[in-house]
Design a protein around this ligand. Sequence first.
Ligand SMILES: *Cc1c(COP(=O)(O)O)cnc(C)c1O
Length: 454
Amino acid sequence: MDRFLADDLADLPGLLQATRDEAVRVLAGLADRPVAAAPAVPAPAPLPERGVGTAGALEIFSERWAPGFSGSAGPRYLGFVTGGATPAALAGDWLTGTFDQNGSNRTGSSAGALEDETVGWLREMFGLTPAFGGAFVSGATQSNLVGLAIARQWLGEQRGVDVAEQGAAALGPVTVLSGSAHSSVVKALAVLGLGRGSLQPVPTLPGREAVDVRALEEALAAQDGRPVIVVANAGTVNTVDFDDLRAVAALRERYPFWLHVDAAFGGFAALSPAHAHLVDGLSDADSVCVDLHKWLNVPYDAAVQFTRRRDLQIAVFRNTAPYLGVPEDNPDFVHLTPENSRRLRALASWFTLTAYGREGHAEIVTRTTAAAHRLGDLLATLPGVRLLAPVRLNVVCFSVPDVPATVQAVADSGETFLTPTVYQGAPALRAAFSNWRTADTDVDRIFEALRRAV
Ligand SMILES: *Cc1c(COP(=O)(O)O)cnc(C)c1O
């Protein structure tokens, strides 16, 4: 054994303790770390020929790299939709690496059953019926990809084509209808061989990002009975708008389509009694995407995909090899998602759901939603600032006189971080709340930083 490996093995408890101490130091300073500085990147180092051991690596990392890492896990990072990691989720993540289970199969380990249990809890939390099966994937992009891959297989079933065997070309032209599809949906269509061009945007309601259900019906009627894919949105990134899922699903009585719902973060509305109506009808979907490294506050990377047609899912993702069994009632995860070998992503979610329960996570959702509303109210009082939509859930979308200058000034302040966007053709800013740590005092600091930057 290499000398450094042998030394590290002998001193494993001490090294884990040192790593823990470093993590404690980092987390203690998280609230005061510049939220998103533009750090000087260290000069590249050559491939280490001879190692330095874990203690040496920890020292070099802490000196060379850690200072430039963002405070995105902290309470005032409002860019994109960014969650942190609850204490329990972090503990679960550490133990994921510790046990290092291969979640691809169920051989000789109960890890797969833990994933089943966690998926079942999430299904219940989002109000889905037991008819939905699911699996962990790396993010909502991958979850949308899996849902749309199953949709593609369903389209084939309608047309008498086995896409998994014959390829996407055998399908002929495909139409995907959506009001305000997330960019990851477009990416998935490119990956799946359906083409970015298969997406046909459907008009949204006036001044809204929610689909106009009448326009959707017209688009469906124009298909002359040809089955299509509809992507409904439960929480758009700009203004957190929700399609009327019940009304969209009801159209299936007259038109053949697969209904995929992108509920990446909007799905968490189910946890807030005041907002749960926004996801009414989610259970009518054929496939559903929910991100977990956003509002569940587990570390990157984790999301869950659900579908009611596991048979089609297996047809797509089945991995055939002499040493792998035939997929059965409770198939190995290797047959459900693009990965073969995979980490036990479910463990961090299992920890945080066990530690805080539905109630604890509902509290995160209601508190961060209240924070968005409060910031919205405060911003509305600032000259030059205009809210571009009512605060529906956890995002404030607003305009300022000079978006790039404000983005830069805010980032330079180190107090908070917002991402720019384009909303209805005009540059705008978004402040997205989803971190479990965010308190009222953070909203005050965020508002003060924005007041100075506008
Ligand atoms: C964030 C997001 C995605 C993509 O999620 P990743 O975790 O970045 O892969 C897809 N759809 C919606 C609505 C999102 O908010």
